[in-house]
Design a protein around this ligand. Structure first.
Ligand SMILES: [Zn+2]
Length: 119
């Protein structure tokens, strides 16, 4: 499995209530074909296994006593999906935090594509 990432500048994509967050349709550009890849917040998972190793080895995330974070105090998660255009496996690395009661801040750190060979 080969991972490559596209960009690493943390950018804010959302600030608002939990209800708004769950209803928002987000999208990123597929790094391979530039097609739109849509996702929603309820698809988030913890980052595990080889993907976790890659994000740490690439210095995309920081490991703290609380787990992996996109920046201090903001835990990192992954949304793993397939590009509907080129069918590449895509892992969107996001950070999310409740900044005030019922108010959430969400960031995108990077978009990682997963391929089985180096092509
Ligand atoms: Zn694509």
């Amino acid at each position: 499995m080969i991972y490559t990432y596209s960009g690493s500048r943390l950018r804010s994509i959302f600030l608002g209530s939990e209800n708004e967050l769950l209803e928002t349709k987000f999208h990123v550009k597929c790094p391979k074909c530039k097609g739109d890849v849509f996702f929603s917040f309820n698809e988030i998972q913890s980052i595990k296994g080889k993907l976790l190793d890659f994000t740490k080895a690439s210095n995309l995330l920081k490991e703290t006593q609380y787990g992996v974070e996109v920046k201090v105090g903001v835990p990192a998660y992954a949304i793993s999906t397939k590009c509907k255009v080129c069918h590449m496996m895509i892992h969107i690395i996001i950070g999310a935090k409740e900044v005030q009661p019922q108010r959430f801040s969400v960031y995108i750190k990077t978009v990682i594509i997963e391929s089985s060979s180096a092509d």
